[in-house]
Design a protein around this ligand. Structure first.
Ligand code: BDP
Length: 593
């Protein structure tokens, strides 16, 4: 699936704005056929947005179940004779969509795109009713998982991840016109030898009998630097200009379908960054050079809009990343908007790209994030069916993001249970699947403190060790000297594995404006001291190839006695004001500043 695009043969129309919206707590709407007419008791809702924080109503904020979105849209009259597609960049966590009275697509998973060919249900120039039944319930068979438990006052959604279960239509919805004969998918793999780059491409075309694929690669100035014919091929790029961290140089690959008189029937443009990624010993190499990750685990999270994509917020976040001297981030804990990856491509920011498999760990219950008392991997909890949903999430992530040069590493889960036989059995095939889907990038998962070195049975499958550790926060709280000793010792164990280690989370909750002369947890000074201690530990360990602070900014979570208006481990507040730690990191990461 390719993202909708305007080209010489394609057109798009975004359906963002105000939609009709109705909660359906009894799940009555499907049976009653709400898609057949105007929603019976609709209010207005913004798209893209999480619906949760847009009303002054706790019942909406905490709502779990079926959610209806509807609008009419006029199909552009110039689209007659074209193939017409309805494309959702995401709907959290699942959706079924009708066009007029016709059910056209269902999709599971809240952070990857889906689309339907709706040509036969629409008439160019005429309006059409579009209805989406979104559902945000989490179960043991969803990614991320959750469970509905009986509480004293009725049913309640429980989940084991530490961010608020924002839901709705978080990204753009598109109508798109393509030719019938079309480019359906493109894969590029890049490399270089001396000054000559290579762009291996594979094009999947549909309804293209008798047509030929023609490709042209242009540099950033628009000059053609290579060309080819055929659905697969390798282009040689003389005097190649590499994509590199901090240097987001992109070529443009135009893929055309042409007939025998060279008439162009379809055209699609794919940006290409020529670079290589390799793990060698304990080094993480980009273009053959050792790379050290400096940055953050982030969240798509803002007040009002929740998890919605917003270009203004993306620009602001990337400006702050640059200001602080970050060169990378992890899309914790789900695939981000494609616009975010495009931005990272253009600016040379390195991305660890993660699935939404977070909270597959009943050991983390502990009263912090929710319930307890389940076995993580069992026929009644996270089981074979869950693994198939997880597998599909990995396939969809890789299918969507494999052409982004910024993405250098797949993270197939965050902090799952990993010290049991059940975990080993669950993850082995998922690693195989990720490698088969993308043989060009390393694959890893993020290890939790509950499975320290020597006990983890899943890291054997990973190319890179990714560790989340909170010495000095959740353990050795307030005791940075003790934390330093314990952390150094555990890390030296991991270093003996001979793989590169990225510290994907380390952080301390910090209430902006709270100060202390002595190292007191929750103060801005403690966060600075805590980071300094961690940096001493990392700097003493050669196998550490990266540090990503948890978190870039404060973010919303479910309520709990460990969270005060959300998680406060941000180096910036939720509205992106710097804490003292932001300046401290800037001093470490930007020697020039
Ligand atoms: C880790 C999780 C992350 C949490 C963080 C924390 O990976 O999602 O927000 O710890 O507790 O367990 O702040």
């Amino acid at each position: 699936m390719l993202r909708p695009q305007d080209s010489s043969t394609r057109e798009t129309k975004r359906l963002d704005g105000i939609w009709s919206f109705q909660l359906d707590g009894d799940s009555a709407g499907r049976e009653a056929g709400w898609f057949r007419e105007t929603l019976p008791a609709a209010r207005e809702m913004a798209v893209p947005a999480s619906f949760n924080d847009l009303t002054a109503d706790a019942a909406v904020r905490d709502y779990v179940g079926d959610i209806w979105y509807q609008r009419t849209a006029r199909v552009p009259r110039g689209w007659a004779g074209q193939r017409i597609v309805l494309h959702f960049e995401s709907a959290t966590h699942r959706a079924t969509v009708w066009v007029g009275d016709h059910e056209v697509v269902s999709h599971e998973g809240g952070y990857t795109p889906f689309e339907a060919d709706i040509t036969e249900y629409v008439t160019p120039g005429e309006p059409v009713r579009i209805t989406a039944l979104v559902n945000n319930t989490l179960s043991f068979q969803s990614i991320p998982p959750g469970v509905i438990e009986d509480g004293p006052a009725g049913q309640k959604q429980v989940y084991w991840h530490d961010f608020f279960n924002f839901a709705g239509i978080h990204r753009s919805v598109w109508l798109a016109a393509t030719p019938q004969a079309r480019v359906e998918d493109i894969t590029v793999v890049t490399g270089f030898e001396g000054d000559t780059g290579s762009v291996e491409y594979a094009v999947q075309a549909v309804d293209a009998d008798g047509l030929e694929v023609v490709v042209a690669l242009r540099d950033a100035a628009g000059r053609e630097v290579a060309a080819g014919r055929g659905a697969v091929g390798t282009l040689a790029v003389a005097d190649v200009h590499l994509w590199a961290p901090g240097h987001g140089y992109l070529y443009d690959l135009e893929v055309q379908l042409v007939d025998d008189s060279d008439t162009v029937l379809d055209s699609y443009r794919q940006s290409v960054g020529v670079r290589t990624v390799e793990v060698r010993g304990t080094d993480f190499l980009i273009n053959g050079d050792p790379f050290y990750f400096k940055g953050f685990g982030m969240h798509e999270d803002h007040s009002t809009i929740g998890k919605a994509h917003s270009p203004a917020h993306v620009i602001q976040d990337f400006e702050l990343l640059e200001w602080v001297g970050a060169n990378s981030f992890r899309t914790s804990h789900y695939p981000y908007s494609e616009d975010v990856l495009d931005y990272a491509d253009r600016h040379g920011i390195v991305v660890i790209d993660e699935t939404a498999a977070v909270g597959l760990n009943m050991g983390l219950g502990g009263g912090i994030f929710g319930g307890q008392g389940y076995t993580t991997f069992s026929p009644d909890t996270i089981n074979d069916a869950s693994r198939e949903v997880h597998a599909q999430a990995i396939r969809e992530l890789i299918a969507r993001d494999r052409n982004h040069p910024s993405v250098v590493l797949w993270s197939i889960a965050n902090e799952p249970e990993s010290d049991t036989e059940g975990a080993e059995d669950y993850f082995r095939p998922l690693f195989d699947l990720a490698r088969a889907a993308d043989p060009t990038r390393p694959v890893g998962f993020v290890n939790v403190m509950l499975a320290p070195h020597g006990t983890c049975r899943v890291s054997q499958f990973a190319d890179v060790i990714m560790l989340n550790r909170y010495y000095g926060w959740y353990v050795n709280t307030g005791d940075l000297a003790g934390a330093e000793v314990a952390w150094t010792e555990e890390l030296s164990g991991w270093a003996s594995e001979g793989k590169p280690i990225i510290i994907t989370e380390y952080g301390a909750d910090t209430l902006a404006g709270n100060h202390s002369l002595t190292p007191a947890p929750w103060s801005e000074e403690y966060q600075v001291d805590y980071l300094d201690m961690n940096h001493r530990v990392f700097d003493a360990c050669d196998a550490v190839v990266g540090e990503q602070v948890w978190n870039f900014a404060d973010f919303a979570t479910t309520s709990g006695i460990m969270r005060v208006d959300g998680n406060k481990k941000g180096v910036f507040t939720r509205d992106r004001k710097p804490k003292a730690a932001a300046f401290a990191l800037r001093r470490r990461w930007r020697k020039d500043a």
